[in-house]
Design a binder for this molecule. Structure first.
Ligand code: UD2
Ligand code: MN
Length: 462
C-alpha cells in the first residue's frame, strides 16, 4: 500500500559520499542486460524498479531489461510491463525459483555484461557507470552496489553505511559486518575505493556474461531461494575471481522480514538443502563445522552434486582452506579440534561409550550398543580429539584422580588422546593414563594407569 501511493519515478536522496559526485567514468563502457526475476511481486514496486533503471542510467548503457516471471499467479503482472520500451518478459510455466530463473534470463541476454537486480529495488544517481567500469577493466570481478534500505512499511529511502561487507558464521547465514579499523582508515583517505567482500548479499550485482558462463552460472539444482549467493561467492574466490562492493554505486532494496511468497517444500528444508549443496561442493573438510552449527541440516537430502564437483575440478579451483586464509581470515576456525574424522562408536564388544544424555561437565558411561549414533556417536579426529558434537573428552586434574569429563572442545592438551595399536588402548597424549571402563557403572569411564592386560582398557573404534 505504501508503494502504491508513491509515484514510480519519485525522487530519492543521493546517498553517495560527496567525493563520488565529482568522479568521472570512462566514455566507452559496455552496455548491459538487466535481469530481474520475480514471483508475485507487488506491481507498483516492480514497476518502480524498472522505471528507476531507465531513468537513472545513460540510455546507451541499457541494452534491455529482461523480466523473468517465475510463474506468478497473475501473468498480466509481467505482460503489462512488456509494453515499456526495452523491456522483455519471459515467463516460466512452473515455479523454478530464483536460481534457474536468473539463468534463463542470462541465457536470453544479448549484452556482454549482465546486471542482476531484485524486483523491489530503486537505482540511485549514477549507479551503473562505476559498476560497469570495474567489470570492463577486469572481467573476473563480480561487483555490487551499496544496498540502501527502502523501509518496508513506509518506503522511505535510507542510505546504508559504506563501511559494511558481506560475512557469515559457521551456520552459513549471510550477515553484514563492519570492516575493520585498518580498512576503515584506508577508506577514509579515499571513500570511493572499492571494498573486497568475502561474500555477496546475492541480489544485486554486475558480471561479465562470458565469465558468468565460464564460472558455471548457478547450481541448477538449487530451488526457490537461499544459499546461491554463498555458492557463487565461494566459487568466485576459489576459482580465481573476486567480489567487490563499489561504494559510489547505490541501489535501494526493500528488505523484508519474511518471504512474501510460498515455499514449496518448506522454507527450512529448501534453505538447508541449498546450503548443503554449497557446503558439500566448496567447503572440503570445513563442512563439518557447518554440520556442527546446524546439526539438523544433516537430515535433509541434498541430491546429486557430481556436476558441480566436476566443474570445480575443471576450473582447478583452490581449496576452502585457501579461501579462509586469504579471503576471510577473520572467520574464527577452531581447526585444531575440527580436523576430520569419521563418526563411529567406541565400543567393547556389545557395550558402547555413551553420553547417557548427559551434557557438559558430566561423566560418560557404557551402554548396550544400539548402532543408531545418537548418544553413542563419537569422532576420533585426526588430531586426537574424542568428540561428540562440540563436546570433547577431557582428563580433569590428573594429580587428584583420573576423572574423564565432557567439556567444550577448546583445543587444550588435556583433550588429546592417542590410539595405541595393537591392543586398542586409548592413551592420554600427555599422561600414561588410558580410558578404562572398569568402574563405568558407578563413576563413569575413567583414565587409569595404562595396562595392556586389562580388558577394560581395550577398545574398538567402529
Ligand atoms: C537475498 C538477495 C536475493 C537472493 C537471496 C538468497 C539481496 C538484496 N537479495 O534475499 O537476491 O540472493 O538473498 O537467495 O541481496 N524470486 C523468484 N522466484 C522464487 C523466489 C524469489 O523469482 O521462487 C525472486 C523474488 O521475487 C526477488 C528475488 O528472487 O526478486 C530475490 O528474492 P527475495 O527478494 O525474497 O530475497 P531477499 O532479498 O530476501
Ligand atoms: Mn529482495
Amino acid at each position: 500500500m505504501a508503494s502504491d501511493h508513491l509515484p514510480s519515478n519519485r525522487e530519492i536522496p543521493d546517498t553517495r559520499n560527496s567525493m563520488c559526485r565529482s568522479k568521472g567514468y570512462k566514455k566507452d563502457l559496455p552496455s548491459t542486460s538487466v535481469i530481474i526475476t520475480f514471483h508475485n511481486e507487488a506491481r507498483s514496486t516492480l514497476l518502480r524498479t524498472v522505471v528507476s533503471v531507465l531513468n537513472r542510467s545513460p540510455e546507451h548503457l541499457i541494452k534491455e531489461i529482461i523480466l523473468v516471471d517465475d510463474f506468478s499467479d497473475n501473468p498480466d503482472d509481467g505482460l503489462e510491463l512488456a509494453k515499456i520500451h526495452k523491456v522483455r518478459v519471459l515467463r516460466n510455466d512452473k515455479r523454478e525459483g530464483l536460481m534457474r530463473s536468473r539463468v534463463k534470463g542470462a541465457d536470453a541476454a544479448v549484452a556482454s555484461v549482465l546486471t542482476f537486480l531484485d524486483s523491489h529495488c530503486e537505482c540511485n544517481e549514477k549507479w551503473l557507470e562505476p559498476l560497469l567500469e570495474r567489470v570492463a577493466e577486469n572481467s573476473s570481478r563480480i561487483v555490487c552496489p551499496i544496498i540502501d534500505v527502502i523501509n518496508m512499511d513506509t518506503f522511505q529511502y535510507i542510505g546504508a553505511s559504506a563501511d559494511l561487507r558481506g560475512a557469515f558464521d559457521w551456520n552459513l547465514i549471510f550477515k553484514w559486518e563492519y570492516i575493520d579499523y585498518k580498512e576503515r582508515q584506508r577508506r577514509e583517505k579515499d571513500p570511493t575505493e572499492v571494498i573486497l567482500t568475502p561474500i555477496i548479499a546475492g541480489g544485486l550485482f554486475v558480471i561479465d556474461k562470458p565469465y558468468f558462463a565460464k564460472l558455471g552460472k548457478y547450481d541448477m539444482m538449487m530451488d526457490i531461494w537461499g544459499a546461491e549467493n554463498l555458492e557463487l561467492s565461494f566459487r568466485t574466490w576459489q576459482c580465481g575471481g573476486s567480489l567487490e562492493i563499489v561504494p559510489c554505486s547505490r541501489v535501494g532494496h526493500v528488505f523484508r522480514k519474511k518471504h512474501p511468497y510460498t515455499f514449496p517444500g518448506g522454507s527450512g528444508n529448501v534453505f538447508a538443502r541449498n546450503t548443503r549443496r554449497a557446503a558439500e561442493v566448496w567447503l572440503d573438510e570445513y563442512k563439518e563445522l557447518y554440520y556442527q552449527a546446524v546439526p539438523l541440516a544433516k537430515t535433509v537430502p541434498f541430491g546429486d552434486i557430481s556436476e558441480r564437483l566436476e566443474l570445480r575440478k575443471k576450473l582447478q579451483c583452490k581449496p576452502f582452506k585457501w579461501y579462509l586464509q586469504h579471503v576471510y581470515p577473520e572467520l574464527q576456525v577452531p581447526n585444531k579440534i575440527f580436523t576430520p574424522g569419521r563418526p563411529t562408536s567406541i565400543r567393547q564388544g556389545h557395550m558402547c561409550m555413551d553420553t547417557m544424555g548427559n551434557l557438559l561437565d558430566s561423566i560418560v558411561a557404557m551402554f548396550q550398543c544400539h548402532n543408531n549414533g545418537g548418544n553413542q556417536q563419537w569422532t576420533y579426529t585426526d588430531s586426537g580429539y574424542i568428540r561428540h558434537h562440540d563436546i570433547c573428552l577431557e582428563v580433569r586434574d590428573v594429580y587428584k584422580g583420573s576423572e574423564v569429563l565432557m567439556k567444550i572442545c577448546d583445543g587444550n592438551d588435556n583433550q588429546k588422546w592417542k590410539l595405541i595399536q595393537p591392543g586398542g588402548m586409548i592413551r592420554h597424549a600427555r599422561y600414561p593414563l588410558c580410558l578404562d571402563s572398569r568402574y563405568a557403572r558407578f563413576k563413569g569411564i575413567l583414565a587409569e594407569r595404562c595396562n595392556s592386560a586389562l580388558e577394560s582398557q581395550r577398545w574398538q573404534i567402529l
